[in-house]
Design a protein around this ligand. Structure first.
Ligand SMILES: C[S@@+](CC[C@H](N)C(=O)[O-])C[C@H]1O[C@@H](n2cnc3c(N)ncnc32)[C@H](O)[C@@H]1O
Length: 278
């Protein structure tokens, strides 16, 4: 991908922040992200919140699910989180994570510094150790992560939210292979990815066209993320909107209809790979 492609993809993180900020401001908010408002410009906020087909539900549901997975795993004693394509994620600042937890944020070079400056200028601090890792996931990011202190011997919570959509399929495959090989037992994974129908369905057409015209098209979608992960040794659960409406995801309360406007986005949780045979 070119530098110009990367710049377009980077800017999508401001929309995610804008959608979280808009949700947070509601009396019946499904997520708690008071910092998101700091991380989107007024124009990003106006652009995406005025957009009738904005993927609000996908962004809000994944944010809540990621919070719940991290809280659960921290409760289980896991002390490494790796957030891939972290963008405007604020969890390291708002989840009151333990001091001995290392929260690695991986994103393209140049992406995290401006967010960090805004949060620092607003007096935001972390209770855990937050480590930015500025690297393209198409490069040797595992080495960069290791150099930053992450250790494959310890279990990790892997987070890939709003990321796989924008990567070529081959890179998603490579990424999940790398994560699977690098995961100690008791690791977990939370991610979201479109169902293949999303790339064809009429209701999603306006949003797909919007993304294509601005140069950040969706590139990857999966028919069955469970088997995609199972092949790599994970036990996974994958939820579409009808599952979430019915309260089938044990980590979430039933998701309100207003957040289920996109029916073909998978929300996926996965648990520790099986021990590899010697
Ligand atoms: C839609 S944003 C999602 C941000 C955040 N995870 C969230 O849910 O709000 C996508 C993020 O992935 C990052 N990203 C995309 N391609 C990447 C790559 N090849 N390497 C590292 N980060 C990448 C972008 O820079 C951007 O911050």
């Amino acid at each position: 991908m070119t530098v110009a492609d990367h710049e377009k993809i980077k800017s999508t993180s401001s929309w995610a922040a804008a959608l979280r900020a808009a949700e947070h401001s509601r009396a019946d908010a499904f997520i708690d992200d008071s910092l998101a408002r700091l991380l989107c410009s007024p124009s990003d906020y106006d652009e995406i919140t005025a957009y009738p087909a904005a993927p609000t539900g996908a962004v809000v549901v994944r944010a809540r699910l990621g919070d719940e997975v991290i809280k659960r795993e921290v409760g289980n004693g896991v002390r490494q989180v790796v957030c891939l394509g972290a963008g405007a994620d604020t969890r390291a600042f708002r989840l009151n994570l333990p001091g001995d937890l290392h929260y690695y944020e991986v994103d393209l070079p140049g992406q995290l510094a401006s967010r960090d400056a805004i949060l620092a200028n607003n007096g935001c601090v972390t209770t855990c150790t937050r480590v930015p890792v500025n690297v393209d996931l198409a490069d040797n990011w595992i080495e960069a992560l290791s150099c930053a202190g992450w250790t494959p011997r310890r279990p990790t919570v892997w987070v890939a939210e709003g990321l796989l959509y924008y990567l070529p399929y081959q890179l998603c495959d490579q990424l999940v292979d790398q994560i699977s090989l690098a995961s100690a037992p008791r690791s977990s994974f939370v991610l979201d990815v479109p169902h293949e129908r999303f790339l064809m369905d009429e209701y999603a057409r306006p949003y797909r066209l919007f993304l294509e015209r601005r140069g950040s098209p969706y590139r990857t979608a999966l028919v069955n993320p469970r088997s995609w992960l199972l092949r790599r040794g994970w036990t996974a659960q994958a939820y579409l909107s009808h599952d979430l409406r019915a309260g089938r995801c044990p980590l979430l309360p039933p998701v309100p209809d207003r957040l289920l406007n996109y029916t073909d986005i998978w929300h996926v949780t996965a648990r520790h790979p099986r021990r590899r045979k010697a």
